[in-house]
Design a protein around this ligand. Structure first.
Ligand SMILES: [Mg+2]
Length: 364
């Protein structure tokens, strides 16, 4: 075993990263990004950095405790044996269930080990995983929430385009369907015909409303309609996908590869959106993405652009990284969007350097 990649200790830090303005979706309001930051260290001095998050300090306190508990099973092992470590972690959480918080905890540990793998090899993770491309197109996901009134919505949409974004995502899912349609029209008019527009209903609709809205929104040329239905309603997703010309996207709420691949088997959507932490980390995310390629289905990463952009850049069937800057306040070097895309770093691992004073400031 290469001695310098042996895991010696795992440090966790609970953070609460405030948002300038609480987010409002059809699912729930979000005042801060409560985060479990994980640093896995090795004998050779490598440090793998990753995180998972939840909404609520109490929940993240439990997540931190679970990560610490599971982390103890990894010390003394080679961080590069990601498959073996993932299998060990999966076994360790078998009794409490592999989904939910267990997947979030496994994800942070697994993703930190991939950061170490890149650092030990002196290579960025996107190249280690296959390196299809050096940049990944992004869509702006940090604005256009449900609490914006019509004027704010138009102004914010124009501002995102002025910042260089060539695709934007807005939220829908209000009780009043006419208002949802009016707001999509306002954003489309504000961004013009050439900027791509995604609409996310955060599971607010049933099948009838989805079919009705899919037809009413057709004239606004959506790139995709995201999570219109409750995420477990696979038959309804498949029916809506067959019935509507507009592409559908779902998958961010699914856990682990078996749930994600059920979506693929059902042809539940045109785009599938695996979430790094709900997949249990890089190891399982890549299996999902490659299997979706076999089904002929494109994948698009949910959140976690600091890590997921590397994974997307390594997959031939990956499109569109979500630009969501929730963790940018703890970065020493913030990511910059160029020509509507994130350029991938050449720094080893995920190339993440933390701003230690910011980490201390947001300690919860
Ligand atoms: Mg979504």
């Amino acid at each position: 075993m290469p001695a310098d990649t042996v895991i010696t200790d795992i440090a966790t830090t609970q953070l609460s990263i405030p948002l300038q303005r609480p987010l409002v979706t059809a699912a729930f309001p979000i005042p801060a990004i409560d985060t479990a930051l994980v640093r896995v260290r090795t004998r050779g001095g490598h440090e793998g950095v990753a995180w998972s998050f939840a909404f609520g300090r109490g929940r993240v306190a439990s997540l931190v405790r679970l990560i610490e508990d599971l982390g103890e099973t990894l010390t003394g092992s080679d961080a590069l044996r990601t498959e073996a470590l993932w299998a060990r972690l999966a076994k360790a959480v078998g009794f409490i269930g592999r989904r939910g918080m267990a997947a979030l905890a496994v994800s942070a540990l697994d993703t930190a080990c991939w950061d170490i793998a890149g650092k030990a090899a002196g290579q960025p993770v996107h190249r280690l995983l296959g390196g299809c491309r050096d940049r990944i197109e992004v869509y702006a996901s940090q604005g256009l929430w449900l609490d914006r009134d019509r004027d704010e919505l138009a102004a914010e949409a124009r501002a995102l385009v002025d910042q260089g974004f060539r695709a934007v995502k807005m939220r829908a899912g209000l009780a009043d369907a006419d208002e949802d349609v009016a707001r999509v029209r306002i954003v489309r008019e504000a961004i013009g015909p050439d900027v791509k527009l995604m609409v996310d209903a955060n599971q607010a609709w049933d099948l009838k409303r989805t079919l009705d809205m899919g037809r009413r929104l057709a004239e606004y040329d959506l790139f995709w309609l995201e999570e219109p239905l409750p995420h477990t309603h696979l038959e309804d997703y498949a029916r809506a996908t067959r019935a509507l010309a507009m592409p559908l996207c779902t998958g961010e709420s699914q856990f682990l590869k078996d749930e994600m691949l059920e979506l693929a088997r059902h042809r539940a959507a045109d785009y599938l959106m695996p979430d790094l932490m709900r997949m249990g980390g890089v190891t399982e995310w890549m299996k999902v993405a490659h299997t979706c390629e076999g089904f002929g289905i494109p994948v698009t990463p949910h959140l976690f652009m600091e890590h997921s952009a590397h994974l997307a850049a390594a997959c031939p069937n990956a499109v569109w990284q979500e630009y969501q800057p929730w963790w940018q306040p703890i970065m020493a070097t913030p990511l910059t969007v160029r020509d509507g895309a994130l350029p991938l770093t050449d720094r080893p691992g995920f190339g993440i350097e933390l701003n230690d004073s910011a980490v201390n400031r947001y300690r919860a």
